[in-house]
Design a protein around this ligand. Structure first.
Ligand code: AMP
Ligand code: FE
Ligand code: FE
Ligand code: ZN
Length: 284
């Protein structure tokens, strides 16, 4: 597997990514990515186009999703190898979309109360046909000179306790997301655990508890994890017999300039002793 490039966590215009599903497939080809998963936030609407494009380009595509869940803190659950036509999954995604568009109205009101004249219709044009998310508001704030960067938009407005208190939408529990992913024939993997606002001990408890509810894996290798964190999660994967996945969380350089497409699986990043747990080797 040495020097294999894969990416099991990417976003398209179906949620808050910059590129269409076909464009991401093209970019993955150009980067010699062997296996790509498209994991849009709370939607499967990009997968039909992605599957067709991947077939044409002869790229190994894993149909995926990233479901936002809530259990005291925000936890993202990745689903891989899902059937994007599964009726329950499609129905749940429709609900998520509605809850997102209702939240968008609250975000607008919230920003208006802070004296920012954000216009929802304009923000909607950024989202296009895709589900509306905070990065679309960050884009508006930046393009209208309210902040210098998208990061500043989150720090000042979109990721504060007050923002959460005034705009939070209802989200499924991680257990519900695992069940939904399984019903759609997929594997459920906890996304970027290093970003969950929890201590180390609580992390292990969370993962052990979710394993009992059917969790299949941990996204150990992630663009914003430090080496120490990656090692910690790979050890946990071994301890609880969970699969290991690797993803960048690519959204395109306009949305997240610091994240490039592709994860190189070097022996330093994924030591030999963990190969057997790596998800795609098991699946292929
Ligand atoms: P949403 O699902 O609409 O709540 O938005 C989630 C998106 O916002 C994800 O792509 C996150 O990476 C991004 N995001 C959340 N918090 C931050 C933050 N503090 N800085 C930058 N991006 C963030
Ligand atoms: Fe995102
Ligand atoms: Fe996420
Ligand atoms: Zn993501």
């Amino acid at each position: 597997m040495t020097n294999t490039i894969i990416d099991l966590h990417t976003h398209t215009t179906a949620s808050d990514g910059q590129y269409t599903p076909s464009e991401i497939i093209q970019l993955a080809k150009e980067k010699s990515i062997q296996t790509l998963a498209i994991t849009d936030h709370d939607t499967v609407s990009g997968l039909k186009e992605a599957i067709e494009a991947a077939k044409q380009q002869n790229l190994n595509l894993i149909p995926g999703i990233e479901i936002s869940t809530h259990k005291g803190v925000e936890i993202h659950m990745l689903g891989f190898f899902i059937d994007h036509k599964n009726a329950k999954l499609v129905e749940a995604c429709n609900e998520y979309e509605l809850s997102r568009s209702n939240r968008a109205v609250r975000i607008c009101d919230y920003l208006n109360r802070l004296g920012i004249p954000v216009d929802l219709d304009e923000v909607k044009t950024y989202a296009g046909a895709g589900a509306i998310g905070r990065p679309h508001f960050a884009q508006w704030l930046q393009e209208h000179g309210m902040v210098k960067s998208r990061q500043e938009a989150f720090e000042r407005y979109l990721d504060t306790p007050r923002f959460k208190a005034e705009t939070e939408r209802e989200k499924p529990s991680p257990e519900e997301a695992i069940q939904l992913i399984h019903e759609a024939g997929g594997l459920a993997v906890i996304a970027h655990p290093g970003l969950i606002k929890f201590g180390k001990k609580n992390q292990e408890e969370l993962i052990r508890g979710l394993k009992n509810k059917g969790l299949d894996g941990i996204e150990c290798l992630y663009s914003k994890h430090e080496k120490k964190q990656e090692e910690f999660y790979m050890k946990l994967a071994r301890k609880y017999d969970l699969k290991i996945t690797a993803g960048s969380d690519f959204h395109g350089e306009k949305v997240k300039p610091e994240i490039a497409l592709g994860v190189k699986l070097t022996p330093q990043r994924l030591p030999d002793k963990y190969y057997d747990l790596f998800m795609t080797t098991i699946q292929q």
